[in-house]
Design a protein around this ligand. Structure first.
Ligand SMILES: NC(=O)c1ccc[n+]([C@@H]2O[C@H](COP(=O)([O-])OP(=O)(O)OC[C@H]3O[C@@H](n4cnc5c(N)ncnc54)[C@H](O)[C@@H]3O)[C@@H](O)[C@H]2O)c1
Length: 440
C-alpha cells in the first residue's frame, strides 16, 4: 500500500520503518525539517534498537522517504497514519492542538484530492475525541463526506520504548476502531504480514481501550510497589511473593475480576484488605493505592443508591442478594448495604434470592441471616413473579440464570425500570429505554 505517516517522533519512526520493511511504500511527514533530513540521509532521528538499520535499509531500498510537504504526501498515498504527540496541559487535560493542526492540514490537502482516502489516528486521544472533534474538523477543512469520500479509523499504538520494533512485529492484539467496514479493511491490509489477532470495533471502544491499558499498567506498577514496601516492612522479600502471585493465571493475571459490575464484598476481600491496611499503618507504611480501594467500593454502592433514588420511585425489588449466583453467603455483601441504605431512605424493598431463601430455612448461613440481618430476612419472598409485579424498580444483583428468563416480559415495560448491576444482558445495543446498566 502507499502510506503517508504524519509525525516522525518515536511512534512514527518505528511504524514508518516497520511498515516499509513489510513492503509498503511509506512517506513520512513532519514539520521538523531536521528529522526529515536525518531520515532521508538513511538514519534514524530516534534511538531505539534495530531502527537505525531498518530506516537505513528502507531509505536505500526506496520504500521510505520523508518530507515536510503534507499535500504531496496525501496526493501520493491511499492511507495516512497520524502519529503526532498529544501532551498534557499544565492542568492535566489532554492537549489536542497538534492533532487538530495536523488534521486541518490533512483536510486542506484532501480538498485537492479526487479519489478516496483512508485516515487513521494512532495518537492517544480520549474516548469521543474523533466523534466530537476530529470528524467535524476534517469534513469542514476538506469539504468532503466522512464514510464516503474518506474514512476515519482509530488504531491505538501499543509500542513500548526500548522494545518497540519487537513489539511492532509481535503485538498481543491489533485493534482497529472503524466507522465503516471499508475503512477497517484498509487498515487491516497494513497488518496482513503480522501473525497476531486483529479485533475490529467502534472508534470509541478503541480509543477507550488505550486508556484502560495504560491506567492498568500504572495500577499494576503501583500495586506491585505497594506490596513490595508492605513486605519489606515485615522483613519479607517481595520478589518471591509477587512471582508466585503472578503464577496464578486463573485468578490473578487473568480476566477474572476485570468485568465492570457491582462492588466487591464477601467474607474475605474487605476483611483482608482492612487487616493489611491496619498492619501497614502500624508500620508507618503509606499505601495510597490499596487504601483507596475501600473508598472506591463504598462510592460504587452509593452510586447505585443514588441511581435508584434519582428515579423518584419507592417500590424496589432486588433479584439476587448474595454477591454471586449459587451462593448464600451474605457476609459483607454490598447488596445488603444497598438494601439497608434504601430502607433508610424510606423505600419499600422486597428481595428474591432462591439460595438465600433456602439457606434461611436449612442452610449453613441460617444463623447468620437470623441473627445479623433479621431486618433483611423479613423482606425476602420466594415468589419472584410477585416481587417483580409489585415493584417500580427491578435491581438485578447477581447472574442467577432464572432472572434472564423471568425478566423478558418486563424489558419493554415502561412502568418498570430495570437496573442491572451484573450485566445479565451481554449485548446492550438495542436494549429498551427502561434498562440501565450500573457502569456501561
Ligand atoms: N512514545 C510511546 O512509547 C508511545 C506509545 C504508544 C502511544 N503513544 C502515543 O503516540 C503519539 C505520538 O507519540 P510520540 O512519542 O511518537 O510523539 P513525539 O512528540 O515524539 O512525536 C511527534 C512528532 O510529530 C511531529 N509533528 C508535530 N506537528 C506536526 C504536523 N502538523 N505535521 C506533521 N508532524 C508533526 C513532531 O515534530 C514530532 O516529530 C502520542 O499520542 C502518544 O501518546 C506513544
Amino acid at each position: 500500500m502507499k502510506v503517508s505517516l504524519f509525525g516522525l517522533g518515536y511512534v512514527g519512526c518505528v511504524t514508518a520503518g516497520c511498515l516499509a520493511k513489510a513492503g509498503h511504500q511509506v512517506w513520512g511527514v513532519d514539520v521538523n525539517r531536521n528529522k526529515v533530513d536525518i531520515i532521508n540521509s538513511g538514519r534514524s532521528p530516534i534511538i531505539e534498537e534495530e531502527i537505525d538499520q531498518i530506516i537505513g535499509d528502507e531509505v536505500r531500498g526506496g520504500r521510505l522517504s520523508a518530507t515536510t510537504d503534507h499535500l504531496s504526501a496525501i496526493l501520493n498515498t491511499d492511507i495516512s497514519l497520524i502519529c503526532v504527540g498529544t501532551p498534557s496541559n499544565s492542568n492535566g487535560s489532554l492537549n489536542l492542538e497538534i492533532v487538530m493542526a495536523v488534521c486541518r492540514q490533512i483536510g486542506e490537502a484532501l480538498r485537492q484530492k479526487e479519489t478516496y482516502h483512508c485516515l487513521v489516528l494512532r495518537s492517544t486521544v480520549l474516548p469521543g475525541t474523533i466523534r466530537d472533534h476530529v470528524v467535524s474538523l476534517l469534513t469542514k477543512s476538506s469539504g468532503k463526506r466522512v464514510d464516503i469520500d474518506f474514512d476515519l479509523c482509530f488504531n491505538p499504538e501499543f509500542l513500548r520504548e526500548g522494545s518497540s520494533v519487537h513489539d511492532f512485529y509481535h503485538p498481543p492484539l491489533t485493534i482497529i476502531g472503524q466507522r465503516t467496514a471499508k475503512g477497517g479493511d484498509r487498515v487491516a491490509e497494513l497488518y496482513q504480514h503480522l501473525d497476531a489477532p486483529l479485533e475490529r470495533t467502534s472508534i470509541e471502544v478503541a480509543e477507550a481501550v488505550k486508556y484502560a491499558c495504560n491506567s492498568f499498567h500504572a495500577l499494576k506498577v503501583a500495586f506491585a510497589n505497594e506490596m513490595g514496601v508492605f513486605c519489606k516492612g515485615l522483613g519479607i522479600d517481595s520478589h518471591p511473593v509477587m512471582e508466585l502471585f503472578a503464577r496464578d493465571t486463573k485468578l490473578n493475571i487473568s480476566t477474572t475480576y476485570l468485568k465492570p459490575g457491582f462492588a466487591f464484598g464477601g467474607s474475605c476481600l474487605p476483611k483482608d484488605l482492612r487487616a493489611l491496611l491496619y498492619r501497614a499503618k502500624e508500620m508507618d507504611v503509606g499505601l495510597p493505592v490499596l487504601n483507596a480501594l475501600l473508598e472506591s467500593n463504598r462510592l460504587h454502592v452509593q452510586r447505585v443508591v443514588d441511581m435508584i433514588l434519582d428515579t423518584r420511585k419507592k417500590k424496589i425489588c432486588i433479584l439476587g442478594l448474595s454477591f454471586k449466583a449459587g451462593t448464600d453467603d451474605l457476609r459483607e455483601s454490598p447488596m445488603v448495604t444497598l438494601v439497608e441504605a434504601l430502607i433508610g431512605k424510606g423505600c419499600w424493598v422486597k428481595i428474591y434470592d432462591s439460595n438465600v431463601s433456602l439457606a434461611k430455612i436449612f442452610g449453613a448461613n441460617k444463623e447468620y441471616i437470623e441473627k445479623e440481618i433479621p431486618h433483611i430476612s423479613s423482606l425476602m419472598s420466594s415468589d419472584i413473579e410477585k416481587v417483580i409485579q409489585e415493584a417500580e424498580v427491578i435491581v438485578i444483583g447477581n447472574r442467577s440464570p432464572e432472572f434472564k428468563e423471568v425478566l423478558k416480559p418486563y424489558m419493554e415495560d415502561s412502568r418498570r425500570i430495570i437496573l442491572d448491576l451484573v450485566r445479565i444482558i451481554p449485548n446492550i445495543s438495542g436494549t429498551p429505554e427502561n434498562y440501565h446498566g450500573i457502569c456501561w
